[in-house]
Design a protein around this ligand. Structure first.
Ligand code: UDX
Length: 454
């Protein structure tokens, strides 16, 4: 099938490359010419393991453009995967979605197209996007669009850092539309994925136990709500274990043992129960916020989802509170941060805990130094206003530091020569924000080991 992707960010590019790998003809559009030029030259504007390799393997079915008149004509399905950054009031800024819908309507010339909203927009926006496309079509073709367009929701469940794996081998595919024709088109689009009949890339082997992928084919609103409800539950699960972590610290329990003990219950499951600094990233924050604001439009409050957000915000404050309790005075101290990206294996800094932690420490008069294996350049480019000293090596972060905070559990931090790190520091205090380090080993090197919860 002929597919157009509007937006070549973390979701759009991943979706487009995977569909091209499945054999569809995919045109990816981005209005940022630098991104498109980079993609055309074989580079990628985001860090995602194996993305360059999969782009190379799919190149016969993939092209990149800044021009809607190239991307849209002839498309059977178009995915809107543009950014919806939070506005000042926290609601999503939909200007890029509007622009995408306008470009689609202006340049569509076919009989029928399914418009799929991948961008994070308030629940019920699928129809709004469809109406924008129809208005644009009517304005530029001087005719009604009658049944040329139908809208569908196809929420993504990919995790950054494992986005290609999650896209090729999903737990389920969810498609939603109030138009049966759209459901049929998307079923055909995803058939190779549902049946797992495509050859697995050598660098992304198919999980042994994976059989056919379940399809949830439902109405538009249910599909949209599935995305928000899933992300809110995952965020809630993390905040739950972090809330239990606070009790564990007071009673002298080990939160990792507690998480293991409850996670072995098949009804709970052991994933997303890793206590620590809590969640960042562009999804959990935006999706839980969108869910709360959509509920408010109906006069509803969502105390559980709101509580998950409150608990998560507090986790970042706990880092500073613990450093203050340990160092007594923060003003003039040198604090090192290991990790800036919101999680390992990505360069994404959106809503990363490191940003709030750094800001809070600088506001208290600390000298803050930071390292990240992948996100450092992006941090320099976007967050230079924070006044953080960027270090090319973790060892430089340790030089003269009064304390080090492990913010992001990059594997390379586990493998550091912590004896050497300790020798470089003014005082050997480490706050392990992700329970990623070997406490006994570091204490053997003379470290005072702190964690978020005990
Ligand atoms: C998430 C959802 O998992 C995915 O389904 C959705 O499509 C997009 O949002 P992502 O944000 O990329 O994916 O990463 P994820 O692995 O979910 O981690 C999100 C945050 O939660 C990270 O900051 C991570 O450090 C944190 N986290 C995750 C925990 O603090 N504890 C955990 O046990 C798991």
């Amino acid at each position: 099938m002929n597919v157009s992707i509007i937006g070549t960010g973390y979701v759009g590019l991943t979706t487009g490359v995977c569909l091209a790998y499945l054999g569809h003809k995919v045109k990816c559009l981005d209005t940022d010419a630098r991104k498109v030029d980079l993609l055309k030259s074989g580079g990628t504007p985001i860090f995602e393991p194996y993305l360059p390799e999969l782009i190379a393997q799919s190149s016969a079915n993939l092209c990149f453009t800044t021009d809607y008149s190239v991307a849209i004509p002839g498309a059977d399905v178009v995915f809107i995967a543009v950014g919806t950054p939070p506005s000042r009031d926290g609601s999503p800024d939909l200007q890029f979605v509007r622009a995408a819908a306008e470009g689609i309507g202006r340049h569509f010339d076919g009989e029928h197209m399914v418009v799929v909203n991948k961008s994070t927009v308030p629940i019920g926006s699928g129809n709004w996007v469809g109406s924008l496309v129809r208005e644009s079509f009517a304005a530029h073709h001087n005719q009604k669009s009658d049944h040329r367009f139908s809208v569908a929701s196809n929420p993504e469940f990919l995790r950054e850092g494992t986005a290609l794996h999650d896209s090729l081998y999903p737990d389920r595919v969810v498609i939603g539309s109030d138009d049966p024709r759209s459901l049929e088109v998307l079923y055909r689009l995803y058939r190779p994925l549902l049946d797992q009949t495509f050859p697995a890339p050598s660098f992304l082997p198919r999980p042994e136990a994976l059989g056919a992928v379940p399809l949830v084919s439902t109405d538009l609103a249910s599909a949209e709500l599935i995305k928000y409800a899933a992300n809110a539950f995952l965020a809630l699960k993390i905040s739950y274990i972090n809330e239990i972590g606070q009790i564990a610290e007071r009673v002298g329990a080990n939160i990792q043992q507690v998480a293991k003990g409850i996670g072995l219950d098949a009804r709970i499951g052991n994933r997303f129960l890793q206590a620590g600094i809590g969640w960042g990233g562009s999804c959990f924050g935006k999706d839980t916020s969108a869910l709360v604001s959509t509920a408010a439009e109906y006069g509803l409050s969502l105390p559980i989802v709101e509580a998950a957000r409150r608990v998560n915000r507090r986790q970042r404050d706990l880092v500073v509170d613990k450093l203050l309790a340990e160092l007594k005075i923060l003003k003039g101290r040198t604090i090192g941060l290991l990790g800036l990206a919101f999680k390992p294996n990505t360069d994404d800094l959106r809503e990363a805990p490191a940003l709030d932690i750094a800001r809070s420490l600088v506001d208290r008069g600390c000298k803050v130094k930071a390292h990240d294996p992948v996100a450092l350049d992006r941090f320099r480019a976007v967050h230079s206003d924070l006044g953080v000293i960027c270090c090319a090596e973790p060892e430089s972060v340790a030089e003269g530091a009064d304390a080090i905070v492990l913010v992001t559990e990059w594997q390379e931090y586990r493998e550091l020569n912590w004896q050497d790190i300790g020798e470089r520091m003014r005082t050997r205090i480490v706050l392990d924000g992700r329970y990623a380090l070997d406490r006994a080993r570091l204490e053997g090197f003379g470290f005072r080991y702190l964690a978020i919860a005990g």
